[in-house]
Design a binder for this molecule. Structure first.
Ligand code: FMN
Length: 324
């Protein structure tokens, strides 16, 4: 019997969507679809998540909008994007030629705004899935959609009918709460799944702030921003582990893990705690070829583990005492 080629071992099924590899490019770090095509061979990545699209065009925050910090970076881009109409008219026509599966990212400040962008993506048949960025404040009450399970469930339920053809993946914030009043990743994951999510992406950036001691000014014009990069990785491993064990596994809802993947090791960790795929963001700023290097390393790891498919390793972490 011939051994399956690497690409076959690395192919993953994400809620019925077949991806040629489990390494995707994260929202907001890879342009709208094909901008990185000159820097890396996008045919090898599992998919590209677009910048988050809002109903109206947005200029985003004042600069500085990104800053380097030890172990990662801060960003407060403020959802700068061309808006739904220009995406549909100018970017969508070139997607059929895009060398990778394109996943649309949706953001908004009201359920209606999210639904409008969802309908726009649903009408583009070259976009098989959308990722809903729920780390946005609701204009009605200022709360962040993804921070309260009830509000999240209502948002997902409102989007479901707008996505007749398209898979709905909910990108959760890195909720660190436990049993107290702060939402936990498990309660958010359950709310999204119960409301009809086909998949979860865990997680968005961690709220953070940095100050220049000489000028005494915050590094970001927005004062606070989101931390990404290697510093966040172990935090997100725990969240993926909890969401997988206590919410997603029972319902067989796949998780895409994102946060601080810079080499195949972090990607493998994510897979072992329950991720079916990973996304790479900050690492591509330092090295645009990072996703392909991660992919090659993952292929070697899957072979060393002696399994036929990377999917056999999803959730295969060995916990103390054989706990599952
Ligand atoms: C510059 C920048 C822009 C981002 N823009 C978005 C965005 O538009 N929508 C979104 O859901 N996440 C956005 N993110 C978050 C990333 O998709 C990802 O969740 C986060 O950076 C953690 O992954 P990493 O450590 O591999 O970068 C952005 C991150 C960065 C660094």
């Amino acid at each position: 019997m011939t051994r399956p080629a690497d690409d076959e071992r690395l192919a993953v099924d994400l809620a019925g969507l077949r991806l040629r590899s489990p390494v995707l490019l994260a929202a907001g770090t890879a342009g709208y679809a094909d901008e990185l095509a000159d820097a890396i061979d996008l045919r090898r990545v599992g998919g590209v998540v677009t910048k988050s699209i809002t109903a109206e065009p947005r200029a985003g925050n004042e600069t500085w909008r990104v800053a380097e910090v030890p172990g990662g970076m801060l960003n407060a881009i403020g959802l700068a994007n061309v808006g739904a109409d220009r995406f549909r008219d100018e970017i969508a026509p070139r997607l059929s030629a895009a060398p990778a599966t394109v996943i649309g990212s949706i953001a908004g400040h009201s359920a209606e705004e999210y639904a409008r962008v969802a309908r726009m993506f649903d009408a583009i048949d070259t976009v098989p899935a959308v990722e809903v960025n729920v780390s946005c404040p609701n204009v009605a009450d200022g709360s962040v959609f993804g921070e309260a399970p009830d509000a999240l469930g209502r948002l997902v339920a409102a989007l479901r009918p707008a996505l007749a053809r398209t898979k709905l993946i909910v990108k959760l914030p890195p909720a660190a709460g436990g049993d107290g009043p702060a939402a936990s990743i498990v309660s958010l994951a359950r709310a999204a799944i119960d409301a009809g999510a086909d998949g979860l992406t865990i997680a968005n950036t961690i709220p953070a702030m940095a100050v220049d001691p000489e000028t005494r000014e915050p590094l970001l014009a927005n004062v606070t921003g989101g931390l990404s990069g290697p510093a966040v990785h172990p935090v997100i491993v725990r969240l993926v582990h909890l969401a997988h064990r206590h919410a997603a596994r029972q319902s067989q809802v796949p998780i895409i893990a994102v946060g601080g993947v810079v080499s195949w090791r972090q990607a493998a960790e994510f897979i072992l705690v329950g991720a079916s795929a990973v996304q790479v963001g900050t690492a591509t700023f330092a090295d645009p070829r990072a996703p392909l290097k991660i992919l090659s390393g993952l292929g070697r790891w899957v072979r060393r583990q002696g399994v036929a498919s990377v999917m056999d390793l999803v959730g295969a972490v060995r916990l103390p005492g054989g706990a599952r």
